[in-house]
Design a protein around this ligand. Sequence first.
Ligand SMILES: *Cc1c(COP(=O)(O)O)cnc(C)c1O
Length: 356
Amino acid sequence: MEIEINLAEPEKRKVSQFEELPFGKIFTPHMFIMKYEENKGWHSPKIQPFSNIELHPAAIVLHYSQTVFEGLKAYYGIDGKIRLFRVWDHIARLNRSAERLCIPQVDPEFVFKAIKTLILIDKDWIPKKKGSALYIRPLIFATQPNLGLKISSEYLFIIILSPVGAYYKEGFNPVKIYVTTEYIRACPGGTGEVKTGGNYAASLKAQELAQKKGYTQVLWLDAKEKKYVEEVGSMNIFFYFDNELATPALTGSILPGITRDSVLKLAPQLGIPTKERRISIDEIIESIENKTLKECFGTGTAAVISPVGEICYKDKSYIINEGKTGELTRKLFEYITGIQYGEKEDPFNWTVIVED
Ligand SMILES: *Cc1c(COP(=O)(O)O)cnc(C)c1O
């Protein structure tokens, strides 16, 4: 399929200079858009000036949340080359999410071509400072007008780009997290392991409560026993015990993060064995108290690694590593970002250089 390209006016294409780049509020001048109709399949792919879209008020997505998305980044390297990090894994996950939501599959090669073409058109919008990047947000949603609950016969696939600044403006500082025993993020057989809007809408209440109590993120427990740790906010979570870096095993209600997978593969390269297993909240509290838990951090594309310095469980607060960022946490952050910006060797060939 050929992508029809319709460029924005030169005036609109000029790169704006921003003092600060708040996450996800600034967009580049172009977007990718493609339609799906039952009898035609995916068709009419276009790159066009960024604009609002028109939706029928009865579009299925607005009522029944039939939608999926991805989040990945393009980095401006120290060699001046543009790199995508694990783009094929993100595209594969987009299709897995789509499958779960009864949304038609997209051709991975074609999605790669769409991302590449779009970022090359807006390449001047990739911020150059280390730590900043171009956030890429592909999304697919159901557009058929129908108030009856059914699988949509029409969809839109859109890709938008947002330049984002370094996540850590005031330094690589640990966050405080709140264990919710009241709310649940995801349950077995549900949609927790895919990126679909409803999961996030359902998590807002607990997040609001945690923030009211002075915490940044929610630590989610499993739905059945409210005993095992699953994720933190919209990140995966790692615990560094005496010489073992552990993360909850994928149970079906945990999002299989690509940063999670990167940490699982890179830590052994630093001489640290990793383990995917069940981790109970009681084990965490006990290991904080007897000082066998050395470090704790969350992982995700936006922050890469987010150190955790405090956990609140049943209204009691527990401090990890004196509330400071640990050495392994810092090393892993530097290793992954080093690969993303082309400073460090990429042992698993995760980066793809994008060139005209
Ligand atoms: C996206 C996401 C993650 C992190 O995944 P990455 O691929 O590392 O960005 C973790 N948990 C949830 C719920 C997510 O939506």
